[in-house]
Design a protein around this ligand. Structure first.
Ligand SMILES: [Zn+2]
Ligand SMILES: [Zn+2]
Length: 267
């Protein structure tokens, strides 16, 4: 095994994941500042902790991914394919859905496990120390939690065939949902979280309630497991959080309190 190229690939991937985090979280934090001024006022010490934990997580996510990327390029590891015609075209969207369902299932059950009191104190309290979470909390995990997240996609690429472009889409969705679910307001149109689609899809208002109440709403992308297991407690209400932000941040935040109250209606 050529150790140096493998190590370089692992380090490069860790750097890519870190930069991806900084760009995605930084972008949505900027959008938050423009749309809901004052929402993160007074949270600077928490945001610094969120960034530090997230960069450590980026290394944990990047290292195994980098090793596998090297093996894919040089040894034919994994079932990632680059010729789009290697499988029927209808398989392309299906593979994306399969990855999201598998990842969601893994996330739901490991997340429930991490809410057992002893595991919570060790592995998951770091993530819940963000009260309320911000766009920077997307990867704010203790290394144990980061490890449970970091193995999911690297294991799946050995099992379920996926086109390299479809994999890129899965990773992009993972990144965007990780950031937007924590940023304290809904960036998506109402039909995605308020209507029939919202009964099955997870966006910010669903995960917000997990951060408010802890023992519910464990899912990542879909509400399927939460509904099936009776752990779904509907959507969180941003009005209160925004009103608090308003008190912290002045009139900009208070104006938002009036506009941000819709999320609770679907509960
Ligand atoms: Zn969270
Ligand atoms: Zn949790």
């Amino acid at each position: 095994m050529p150790v140096v190229p493998i190590l370089l690939s692992a380090l490069a991937m860790a750097a890519i994941v870190a930069v991806r985090y900084l760009l995605a979280s930084g972008g949505f934090a900027l959008a938050t500042r423009l749309r809901h001024r004052g929402l993160y006022t007074g949270l600077d010490p928490q945001i610094r902790r969120e960034i530090a934990w997230s960069l450590a997580s980026a290394a944990i996510y990047g290292l195994p991914a980098g090793v596998i990327a090297w093996g894919w390029q040089n040894r034919g590891w994994t079932r990632i394919y680059s010729d789009i015609h290697a499988f029927p075209l209808w398989y392309w969207p299906l593979s994306v859905l399969l990855y999201l369902i598998a990842h969601d299932t893994w996330f739901y059950w490991t997340h429930r496990w991490m809410h057992r009191p002893r595991v919570f104190r060790v592995a998951h309290a770091v993530h819940h120390a963000s009260r309320p979470p911000t766009a920077w909390a997307a990867m704010a995990f203790h290394p144990v939690e980061a490890l449970t997240g970091a193995v999911a996609i690297p294991l799946l690429v050995f099992v379920i065939p996926i086109h390299v472009g479809a994999l890129a889409l899965v990773l992009t969705m993972m990144t965007v949902m990780g950031v937007t679910n924590h940023m304290g307001w809904e960036v998506f149109p109402r039909f995605m979280w308020g209507g029939i689609m919202g009964r099955w899809l997870i966006t910010a208002s669903h995960h917000q309630r997990h951060h408010e109440r802890y023992g519910c709403n464990y899912g990542l992308y879909f509400r399927f497991w939460d509904r099936l297991c009776g752990t779904d407690e509907g959507l969180g209400d941003f009005a209160r959080a925004h009103a608090q932000a308003g008190r912290r941040g002045g009139d900009g935040g208070r104006r938002d309190a009036a506009g941000g109250g819709g999320a609770g209606r679907g509960a």
